[in-house]
Ligand binder design. Structure first.
Ligand code: 3AL
Length: 174
């Protein structure tokens, strides 16, 4: 793992270094880091996190949908074929999603499929915050009853939480 950046080191990064460092804080969406690099220097890590969150908030709904669709299904095919990003892979492992019993995996997969059929995007939750399979399962079972607008906002809130925790992995938040 690379050493964490101090605020000063962060603000001394070239644009290209900034892009590379933060390219996956929103899954497979490097445009966010490109946009936020124009806001350097940052007064604090909180301002950096807010910059990514404001960027997300201001996107049109179609782009928000596009971003949600970049998140891999939890305990889905990409996990089975080792195609998860490094960040997502670590997040999966944090809640034991890489090590589920066949029965639990089936339950989650069935709920994920029903969720996707209803909303047209995958169920997204901040795994490191939810932290346990049971909490994740309960969350998808409950959220599946939301309407599409509610769920778009809830899912985007989860993208923001994932983004925040990914940023905190990269910076020295003392
Ligand atoms: N589908 C989904 O929630 N995926 C994500 N959640 C998370 O914490 N990491 C992910 O890749």
């Amino acid at each position: 793992m690379r050493p964490k950046l101090s605020l000063q080191q962060l603000n001394e990064l070239s644009s290209a270094e900034f892009h590379k460092t933060f390219e996956n804080v929103i899954e497979c969406w490097p445009e966010a880091a490109i946009f936020c690099s124009a806001l350097m220097p940052f007064k604090s890590f909180a301002t950096l996190i807010a910059a990514f969150q404001n960027y997300l908030d201001r996107l049109p709904s179609e782009t928000k949908l596009k971003i949600l669709r970049l998140y891999p299904d939890l305990a889905g095919k990409m996990l089975d074929t080792n195609e998860l990003s490094e960040d997502s892979s670590i997040e999966h492992a944090s809640a034991g999603l890489d090590n589920l019993s066949a029965e639990d995996k089936k339950k989650l997969t069935e709920l994920n499929e029903s969720y996707k059929t209803k909303f047209g995007f995958p169920f997204v939750v901040c795994v490191r915050e939810a932290s346990k399979f049971e909490v994740i399962l309960r969350s998808v079972s409950e959220r599946i009853h939301n309407n599409v607008d509610q769920e778009l906002e809830t899912a985007l809130g989860e993208v923001k939480k994932i983004c925040r925790l990914r940023i905190l992995q990269l910076v020295d938040n003392l």
